[in-house]
Design a protein around this ligand. Structure first.
Ligand SMILES: Nc1ncnc2c1ncn2[C@@H]1O[C@H](COP(=O)(O)OP(=O)(O)OP(=O)(O)O)[C@@H](O)[C@H]1O
Length: 229
């Protein structure tokens, strides 16, 4: 059975700036990488899956759950889709500690989580991302990799059905990227959670080789053999 079953059609803009997105993929692999050049339509696809943008037609299914189906009139609200979303620049709150940032994932729209409150799901997420001992630090007291893991822990705390990651390594300098990529691949692999990652970086493709969906100009394309360039 497919873990991911996605078909999205959407027309954006008008005239010369018009962009037609028409992507469809189904996969039994829990971890997918949507790979393509800038402007290919990766972010729009991710936003549509998350429920941040409404497609003109298509469907979004993850496991047994139908989150969007234009023909059947199903459009589950973004906050009920149950995705953990990791933003490109992480979007951590600089004035909140690591623990508070992670707890924020549980109480969107509430006031700031108390500094010293320990909630089991928050502590589990911190442990899963190997952030034990860093819970009381502020984001600017962390390394780039620790910041990234905090963002993933925040997405994980509400126990999502799947993780959506937008260019998770783009904010890291190239020296660190390979090491931190390997580290996160290992951690995500142990989570046993479906994951969809978008990237334009060939290095991410090699690291997450489970299943790669190449996308160009708004369409899924055949993958070119690596190393032919
Ligand atoms: N709201 C919008 N209105 C009009 N055009 C849009 C809108 N959002 C995105 N586009 C266009 O859709 C195309 C795909 O954009 P998208 O952000 O999905 O690309 P991407 O593959 O994520 O690129 P990058 O790697 O640079 O982030 C681009 O041509 C973009 O200009």
């Amino acid at each position: 059975m497919a873990v991911w079953d996605v078909a999205i059609r959407k027309t954006l803009g008008a005239g010369a700036g018009r962009f037609e997105l028409d992507v469809a993929f189904a996969s039994a692999a829990p971890r997918l990488v949507l790979f393509g050049p800038s402007g290919a339509g990766k972010s729009v696809t991710l936003r549509a899956i998350a429920g941040l943008m409404r497609p003109d037609a298509g469907r979004v299914r993850v496991g047994a759950a139908t989150l969007f189906d234009a023909a059947a009139g199903i459009d589950v609200a973004v906050e009920r889709r149950g995705f953990g979303y990791v933003f490109q620049e992480y979007g951590l709150f600089p004035h909140l500690t690591v623990r508070q940032n992670v707890a924020f994932g549980l109480r969107r729209g509430w006031r700031n989580p108390p500094r010293h409150l320990k909630e089991p799901s928050v502590e589990r997420a911190l442990a899963a991302l190997e952030l034990d001992g860093l819970g009381d630090r502020l984001p600017d007291e962390l390394s780039g990799g620790q910041r990234q893991r905090t963002a993933v822990a925040r997405a994980l705390a509400p126990e999502p059905r799947a993780l959506l990651l937008d260019e998770p390594f783009a904010a890291l300098d190239s020296g660190l990227r390979a090491r931190l990529r390997a580290e996160l691949v290992g951690l995500l692999g142990r989570l046993d959670l479906p994951m969809l990652l978008i990237t334009h970086d060939e290095g991410d493709v090699a690291a997450f080789a489970d299943s790669v969906i190449p996308i160009e100009a708004g369409r899924v394309v055949e993958r070119h053999a690596a190393g032919n360039a």
